[in-house]
Design a protein around this ligand. Structure first.
Ligand SMILES: CC(=O)N[C@@H](C)C(=O)N[C@@H](C)C(=O)O
Length: 731
């Protein structure tokens, strides 16, 4: 791999290198009772820079679980146009949701059923006109589940939309009964006249196609679809699962009224977990009032249901509780509570944006999941009877395994006690690992199987995790003991012995976290000769709920100073060149970037930022999550709240814009023109203010890109331009 890339061609090829490593996204295992051979199928995501898209790759490993030997490998092969692909509980059938277009270029969704030798049937599902598009595995609403009898499929789809037309269209009628229209009731295909331009509320950033998801059941025998009607019409449904004996379903819902607030990255939204009894048609609330819910999962014997909850409202991601419902009694019990403070390496609580579909071991007692544990992504096994938590990881004393003690792990699922995971580090791309764990209460002597040869270690990057204690003046009096961390990545030492320039990288959220997993951006910056300091300032996930709460009401000061002091500590170690410092980060990380160049105008050579929050006062009325501003500013929010004359001065003072007159640092602004979270106007406001002050600013705009600017070509352009911008400002 490259040493230092400086020319545009070298930078591009460095980016190609670091994006050539795929990331595992899901796994499925086929294992028959009593058999030693398992077939592990994994899906991976990889950038294809030439096709300008992310490709989904399927890999298949046949493994003898007793000996650990890999008997065969297939793939990677590309998977296209599949929304879901799921094997039935017996392993005999497979259901696929496939997308396509017809000759008129209209969207098609097909459900295809296979057995082991042939395709049994294809159902043209949209042609049935029962609902809109089927929802994919979007991490928010989508689920796709075989019934235990294998006769039905449960999934989420958009509610069927009424057809709308113009007042001037002779074929259009209005069915609301309020207008002056003659409405032939027998008309099967009503078209609502005059509603064609009605505003449609959506679930916001990255969920702009989600309006009103409903639960659907397909009867495979008769090819008929039922849309379940017992869920209140004012609630969108998601994450549906079959209950015991297929007699009902459990489902999460999110209320529409008074208006929808964005759901992406927002685990605290008002929501409920219900049981819908299909025979009685009744709907029972399972979750606790005032708690926001996610990820219901039944135990294999269907006697227990677990899910995660956090308080409703407040910061957008928080320490979650693991809750268990005993199905027979419907008794609800908190298995793992919120952790307020976790000194040193103690368990800091549960933090996750996702939960694997298969989390239960066969004993119906233990579950496994990924969670942030300070700056590491860990896999934990939880005893749901007594709440005992054990970390599931490779024993680093096992020299044969040769795994870095700071490695991050991700959990893919468990089936018949075969656990599927992956690990990686900042200098080692993702590797699979697998183990038979017959006694989940004893994780001490697990024989891990590595289905692939170990992925190479990238010798041009080294990293270390640093702990930072806030200095006396920076201690938060309400949360005195909260510390924080950063991860320092160093590029290969230059032959001349000169110290590398440093990029100070802050994450967004602010309630998210950097971990030691392989990170394309940091690897890329290091290949280009820069050291990277990834700062998990107070407020990051994985450090206890107190850390999250310590930041509310202190954004723009506590987080800014945490980042600046971590940087000063690292410079003092003499590992980086303190005279060549750069700042990078997006969203709330852009808020920190623009704050830092305003509050420390002589520190940074240049800065680059993606969709930065620059002015809370003007963002309030334009973002899909106006409550975010209130939560982070520790102000009460209800849906009627406005940024009025009392609040505006405060919001202004918390904002980077209030420091604009001090800014001297040249800055690159990268803007997703379809960003609903931090609308483009934020960056344009900053751009104009800098132009008017004669500060060097360059602005790149990415049409059809949202807040994450994650289209492959757009992301690549951002990364290469960032390094070119920094290189141009190196002395
Ligand atoms: C909750 C949320 O989306 N906050 C944004 C302001 C933000 O910082 N987003 C992060 C997750 C990002 O990196 O885009």
């Amino acid at each position: 791999m490259a040493s230092k890339a400086t020319l545009a061609g070298e930078i591009v090829s460095a980016y190609r290198d670091v994006t050539s490593y795929p990331t595992p996204t899901s796994a499925d295992i086929n294992i028959s009772e009593g058999q030693a051979t398992v077939v592990l199928q994994t899906l991976w995501s990889q950038h294809d820079l030439d096709r300008k898209e992310k490709t989904t790759l399927l890999r298949s490993h046949t493994i003898n679980i007793a000996t650990g030997s890999t008997l065969g490998k297939l793939g990677p092969q590309e998977v296209k146009n599949e929304l879901w692909n799921k094997v039935s509980p017996s392993g005999k059938l497979r259901a696929v949701v496939r997308t396509g277009k017809d000759k008129q270029n209209e969207d098609k969704h097909y459900i295809e059923i296979f057995d082991s030798t042939r395709k049994l049937k294809t159902i043209d599902i949209l042609a049935l006109e029962k609902h809109g598009k089927i929802i994919d595995n979007d991490g928010q609403f989508g689920s796709f589940e075989w019934s235990s009898s294998e006769g039905h499929l449960l999934y989420l789809a958009e509610k069927k939309k009424a057809k709308t037309g113009s007042y001037f269209d002779p074929k259009a009628y209005k069915d609301s009964g309020s207008g002056d229209d003659d409405l032939p009731n027998e008309k099967p295909d009503l078209v609502r006249r005059g509603d064609e331009f009605e505003h449609i509320e959506t679930w916001g950033e990255q969920l702009t196609e989600r309006v009103h998801p409903v639960v659907c059941v397909l009867d495979i025998e008769s090819n008929t679809v039922s849309v379940l009607e017992n869920i209140p019409d004012d609630e969108s449904a998601g994450q549906a699962m079959w209950g015991p004996d297929d007699a009902g379903i459990v489902v999460c819902t999110w209320k529409h009224s008074p208006y929808r607030l964005g759901l992406k990255f927002c685990c605290q939204r008002k929501s409920a977990l219900y049981y819908l009894d299909l025979q009685k048609g009744s709907l029972d609330l399972l979750s606790q009032d005032g708690r926001a819910v996610r990820f219901p999962r039944f135990s294999p014997d269907m006697s227990k249901l677990i899910y995660l909850d956090v308080p409703e409202g407040g910061p957008h991601n928080q320490c979650a509780r693991l809750v268990k419902i005993d199905w027979a009694t419907r008794n609800r019990q908190v298995v793992v509570d919120e952790v307020k403070h976790a000194p040193d390496l103690e368990f800091p609580g549960i933090y996750t944006y996702n939960l694997a579909r298969q989390v239960w071991f066969d004993d119906n007692i233990h579950i496994a999941m990924s969670t942030s544990w300070r700056s590491i992504s860990a896999v934990i096994v939880v005893n749901t009877d007594n709440g005992k938590i054990t970390r599931l990881e490779v024993d680093t004393a096992d020299t044969q395994a040769n795994i870095n003690p700071q490695a991050s792990y991700g959990f893919l699922g468990v089936k018949r006690n075969v656990v599927m995971m992956y690990y990686s580090t900042l200098n080692q791309p993702y590797n699979l690992l697998l183990a038979q764990v017959n006694d989940p209460s004893n994780l001490s002597s697990i024989s891990w199987i590595y289905p692939d040869d170990h992925m190479e270690t990238l010798d041009w990057l080294t990293f270390s995790v640093l702990v930072h204690k806030p200095s006396k003046s920076r201690i938060n009096p309400k949360y005195e003991n909260v510390d924080y961390e950063s991860i320092l990545c160093l590029p290969k030492q230059s032959q001349s012995g000169t110290l590398p320039p440093l990029i100070v990288f802050s994450h967004g959220g602010p309630n998210s976290v950097f971990d030691t997993s392989f990170n394309i951006i940091s690897a890329f910056f290091c290949t280009c000769g820069y050291a990277v300091l990834m700062v998990n300032y107070r407020g990051s996930l994985g450090f206890g709920q107190d850390s999250i709460l310590s930041l509310t009401g202190n954004i723009g000061t506590q987080d800014v100073m945490d980042v600046e002091s971590a940087m000063v500590e690292v410079i003092a170690k003499g590992l980086v060149d303190g005279s060549r410092i750069f700042k990078f980060g997006g969203s709330h990380g852009g808020f920190l970037t623009t704050h830092l160049i305003g509050q420390y105008p002589d520190t940074f050579r240049a800065a680059a930022t993606r969709n930065p929050v620059v002015n809370l006062a003007s963002m309030f009325s334009t973002t899909d999550i106006n409550d975010w501003i209130f939560a982070q500013a520790a102000l009460e929010f209800d849906y009627r709240t406005l940024a009025d004359d009392k609040l505006l001065p405060y919001l202004w003072l918390c904002s980077p814009m209030s420091h604009i007159d001090k800014v001297k640092t040249p800055i690159l602004l990268m803007i997703g023109l379809d960003d609903k979270r931090v609308p483009p106007a934020q960056s344009f406001e900053y751009y104009k203010a800098l132009k008017a002050r004669n500060v060097s600013v360059r602005c790149l705009t990415y049409p059809k890109n949202n807040h994450s600017i994650s289209d492959v070509d757009a992301e690549a352009d951002c990364m290469v331009n960032t390094i070119v911008w920094f290189n141009n400002h190196l002395p």
